[in-house]
Design a protein around this ligand. Sequence first.
Ligand SMILES: Cc1cc2nc3c(=O)[nH]c(=O)nc-3n(C[C@H](O)[C@H](O)[C@H](O)COP(=O)(O)OP(=O)(O)OC[C@H]3O[C@@H](n4cnc5c(N)ncnc54)[C@H](O)[C@@H]3O)c2cc1C
Length: 399
Amino acid sequence: MRHQIVIIGGGSGGISVAARLKRQLKGADIAIIEPSDKHYYQPFWTLVGAGIVPKEASERSEASVMPRGVTWIRDRVQDIDAERNQVTLATGGTLEYDYLVVTPGLQIDWHKIEGLKDALGHGGVCSIYDYQQSEKTWETIRNFRGGHAIFTSPATPIKCGGAPQKIMFLAEETFVTEGVRERSQVSFYTGGGVIFGVKVYADALQKVADRKRLEYRFKHDLKAIDAANKQATFCKTTDAGIEEVTVDYDLLHVVPPMSAPDFIKRSSLALQDGPLKGWMAVDHSTLQHPIFKNVFGLGDVIGTPNAKTGAAIRKQAPTVAENLAAVIQGRPLTQTYNGYGSCPLVTGRGKLILAEFNYKNEPTPSFPFDQAKERYDMYLLKRHGLPLMYWNLMLKGLA
Ligand SMILES: Cc1cc2nc3c(=O)[nH]c(=O)nc-3n(C[C@H](O)[C@H](O)[C@H](O)COP(=O)(O)OP(=O)(O)OC[C@H]3O[C@@H](n4cnc5c(N)ncnc54)[C@H](O)[C@@H]3O)c2cc1C
């Protein structure tokens, strides 16, 4: 099998870029390799976890988002041989390409937390980072009758870095309305060292945290769960080294460590060293692979220092589509990506801080007002506007 352009992954990045390429390169032979028959609007999972939308609202058939004229190969990539311009598929065959776009998202390393696999979904342990579990998270939050509610975030890069705190803010609000807040302690245990990477939004979030009386523990990375005794063990990084800290919980919302998919890590497309080792290497600006010039990457898989969000993909997709078209047509690359990412920080039902920023962590607001303030209209944007834009414009290559 051979196709001119092969795209790995039919998620947010793959579909957006395919739609753009189809329009831009008339008659191009484009194939998407995507094993799943479902496509998910993952930003809804935070709202599913808070009982605001049903999980089904985040799901559509993959067939319904596949751009017309693009060949859908329902298979999984096993390995990439970039030297030979070919990929190996899980079903055994190989597929050759002239140009490759790599956008398979990231891998959630559930297995790296001891005891998590068996504990998840029972005894107060939950996570919005999975379609089925997002619904169970709401069940867990709604049924919480008081005690210690812990929300975790790992030290690795993750998709939507704000989501672990958003679900905590929404849960705390539910504890208030359910009348259990006064007999509860609500804590955020994070492997990171700050509340948020961009100062103006960090200051705003600190005010929310103070108002809600939330306790923050930095440099605490979840390592193990003892479900029988309802205890969580963290690796705490101090100047003297790493020490283990064990804490009792009644509710534990877990965000596991994340990494590039294994087939990327072992390919020659991966960064071979440095703090982002294993993630896909791309030029931060053009999103072209530094060695294999017929290969581009976008989305959660790339080793760039931006927030891994769908919002980032909205800016990356036009860059990849235009620069790939330029390579095919023998023109110089002209499009650049500035590291834009956005995090709609829901701080409660009807309240949202719309964080937008670039590689340098400089705010890049879209609206002519102070976006570091909690606003109702920005909440409506997240709840109604952004999903509409996603399904009707972004996936069609129009936004
Ligand atoms: C709880 C949560 C909240 C979020 N909130 C927001 C938000 O508020 N705003 C925002 O902008 N973003 C948010 N995001 C992040 C956003 O959803 C992701 O950044 C975005 O979906 C990444 O797109 P992607 O194409 O890189 O990966 P995905 O959309 O995950 O798609 C990857 C695709 O590749 C396929 N694939 C995987 N492995 C292979 C393989 N071996 N071969 C072929 N195909 C493969 C998968 O089946 C999948 O369809 C959130 C995510 C989560 C989980």
